[in-house]
Every structure is written in structure tokens, then in C-alpha cells.
Design a protein around this ligand. Structure first.
Ligand code: PLP
Length: 369
């Protein structure tokens, strides 16, 4: 890789292939793979990621909102796309762009059927979401009769799958709760199949579900974070490769005397003669203010440089007093050595948040497989 000369997010498609194959290796050959590419493919680049996954024979994609699916359709993604959290304002778009909605309550079920009928659809694929304990989105098991009665009044839609979502699949202390969710989902699915008279696909597992609940993979799994290189455990992280690497550059170096201050509100005060470097990445790029005042650091020529003072909108200043470096040198925020999950830990958050916070201002560089 050439060294970064500006702030860039490198997206390593080879790592994506590796992670896809690793997750696939945990599945039965008949289990289908849905790749979750919501939120710009976890802050990377949904179009490039989806295009690459399409060449790897992924079966399905999922996004959170219809607008994210439209971006994929515009880019030529032809595989089915499940919209996990559609709102009625997007139902027309969903049908126009051949996206497949998750229907999670009576209001969206009725309104989607009405839109499908108004557009003369027959057997339009939909997915019914059940709540089994996350208490976020979904029908309850005792809604089955109602759902089936609504579905039997129309020919406009057909249920391609029924699904639920685990609340704590990564948490070893919640195994009994997760097992209860799995049992509850299976019993709901059985009731649904008996009433409706056909067998939709069943799915329940996200990345940690795939890893921790091999008996619950069912017909399809929905993987997000694992594809991007994180398995929610140190052990799994060893088998996965981070797809995104965030790099920048030193734009200016300052030499300051004892008791001089750095940055807004004079939040950092020098303890002696010190050297600082200014880096063109700030909270508008996804480096939260929480990383200021020594909570976060970057790597310069392999050495840790703590962020000093407050994180600005467009830049951070770091302490390079003991680092041999010059203006124009590369800066690593996270990569495959110091990972996004490590950076997350220093702010008591998780890799998901760090990755998805990288703003669209940061240039994406695609590294071919
Ligand atoms: C985001 C999401 C996933 C993916 O979860 P990961 O932990 O990233 O694998 C799966 N299913 C649903 C319903 C989601 O919202």
C-alpha cells in the first residue's frame, strides 16, 4: 500500500472475501447467507461491498431503510434486498425498486398490502418480523392468527420468510435467554406455517448468533459485523480480518514551550518543551470528542501519539514529543494491528459505532481482492 497523504478509509476486499468464507465455513451448505450492508456497509462503502459480495455468491442483502436499497439498485445490485425497518412513506419506492420489506406490526402490514394492491402486485415478497424478547420491532406470537387472516384476504403479497432477532447473542451470560428466544421463535414459526399452509424461510442469527448458536442457523443467517472483521470476542476476532483501515497524515508540526496550551479552550497544557502534530481528521469525520484529552491516540511510525486537548471539527492535535516523524508522514487511526475494536474500548463503545461513525467526508479507497 502506498502511504496515506490525506485522510482515507481503505476498504480491503480481500479481507471481505476472507470473512465471508470464514462465516460460510460455520454454516451447513444449505443455509443461505444474507449480508447486512446497512449504514454504508458499516461505515465502509455499501456499493463496493455489495458488488464484491455479489461476485462471491451471497444470497441476499439487507439494509435498514429503503433509501439504502435504492442506492444499491442504482449501482446495479440485482440480488434480493430485505429492508429491515421500512416506514410507510417508503412503500411505493420499495415496490418500484423491487426491495423486500420487513413487516413488523399491524399498521405496516395493512399499509403495505394496500400499497401492493394499488400497484396491482401479486405475490410480492415480504418478510414477517416477530419479537421474541428484544422488544424493538416485531409482532408477538399471539398475533399469528391476525397476520394470517390479513394475508389470506389478499393475493398481493407472499411471505418469503419469517424472522426474529436475538437480544444478546454475543453474551455468554445470556445463553438461557437466547435459548428461550430460539424456542419461542420456532414455536411461532410452526404456528404460522400451520395456519398459512406453506413454509417460508426461517432466520434468527446475526454474526454472534452464527458463532454461538450453530443449531439455530435455520434456513438463512444475517451477518453484518463479522463480514467487516469483528466477531464480538477476542477469539473470533483472531479468525477475522478488519475490512476498513482509517489513515491520515501529519499536516503540521509545532514545537511548544512549557505551559503553552493546545487547541480550543486551552484544554491541554504543555509540561515542558514538547512537539505536537496536527492531523486532518476531527469529530466531523467520526473521531468523537470523547477521544480528546488523552483518551484516544493514533499511531505514527509505529508509535503511540495521544490526542491532546479537545477534538476539533476538522482536526486533532497529538503529542509527538518522543516520536521521530515529519510533516507528510502517515498516521494510522486504526488498521489490522490496532483495530477499531481497540479504539472503541478506549471510549467504552463498540466496533459497530466506531465504524459507522466514519463520515462520508472521508475518502474511500478500494483495495482489490
Ligand atoms: C444489523 C442487523 C443484523 C446484523 O447484525 P451483526 O451483529 O452486525 O451481524 C442482523 N439482523 C438484524 C435484524 C439487524 O438489524
Amino acid at each position: 500500500m502506498p502511504k496515506a497523504k490525506e485522510t482515507v478509509l481503505e476498504i480491503d476486499l480481500g479481507a471481505l472475501t476472507h470473512n465471508f468464507n470464514y462465516l460460510k465455513s460455520k454454516l451447513q451448505p444449505s443455509t443461505k447467507f444474507l449480508a447486512v450492508v446497512k449504514a454504508f456497509a458499516y461505515g465502509s462503502d455499501s456499493v463496493e461491498v455489495a458488488k464484491h459480495l455479489q461476485t462471491l455468491d451471497v444470497d441476499y442483502f439487507a439494509v435498514a431503510y429503503a433509501s439504502e436499497g435504492v442506492v444499491l439498485r442504482d449501482a446495479g445490485i440485482t440480488r434480493p434486498i430485505l429492508v429491515l425497518h421500512p416506514l410507510p412513506t417508503s412503500f411505493e419506492t420499495i415496490i418500484e425498486r423491487c426491495l423486500e420489506p420487513s413487516l413488523y406490526n399491524a399498521k405496516v402490514l395493512k399499509e403495505f398490502i394496500a400499497t401492493a394492491e394499488a400497484h396491482n402486485q401479486s405475490n410480492y415478497p415480504v418478510h414477517i418480523k416477530f419479537n421474541t424478547g428484544l422488544n424493538r420491532l416485531g409482532f408477538w406470537e399471539n398475533d399469528v392468527d391476525y397476520i394470517v387472516s390479513k394475508l389470506q384476504e389478499t393475493k398481493s403479497v407472499i411471505v418469503k420468510s419469517i424472522f426474529s432477532h436475538l437480544a444478546a447473542s454475543e453474551d455468554k451470560n445470556e445463553v438461557s435467554f437466547s435459548n428461550k428466544q430460539i424456542e419461542s421463535f420456532k414455536s411461532t414459526a410452526k404456528a404460522f406455517e400451520n395456519k398459512i399452509g406453506y413454509k417460508p424461510w426461517l432466520h434468527l442469527c446475526n454474526t454472534s448468533g452464527v458463532i454461538n448458536y450453530p443449531d439455530a442457523h435455520l434456513d438463512l443467517v444475517r451477518c453484518g459485523i463479522g463480514l467487516y472483521g469483528f466477531g464480538n470476542s477476542a477469539k473470533e476476532d483472531e479468525s477475522l480480518r478488519p475490512v476498513a483501515r482509517l489513515k491520515s497524515v501529519i499536516s503540521q508540526i509545532h514545537k511548544i514551550e512549557k505551559d503553552e496550551t493546545v487547541g480550543y479552550n486551552r484544554a491541554y497544557k504543555s509540561k515542558g518543551f514538547e512537539k505536537t502534530a496536527t492531523i486532518p481528521i476531527g469529530h466531523a469525520d467520526g473521531i468523537s470528542r470523547i477521544y480528546g484529552n488523552g483518551n484516544g491516540f493514533v499511531f505514527i511510525n509505529g508509535k503511540k501519539a495521544p490526542i491532546i486537548g479537545n477534538v476539533c471539527m476538522d482536526m486533532v492535535m497529538v503529542n509527538i514529543t518522543n516520536i521521530d516523524c515529519k510533516e507528510g508522514d502517515e498516521v494510522v487511526v486504526f488498521d489490522s494491528g490496532y483495530k477499531a475494536s481497540d479504539l472503541a474500548e478506549s471510549a467504552q463503545t463498540i466496533s459497530y459505532e466506531i465504524l459507522t461513525a466514519i463520515s462520508q467526508r472521508v475518502k474511500r479507497i478500494i483495495i482489490a481482492d
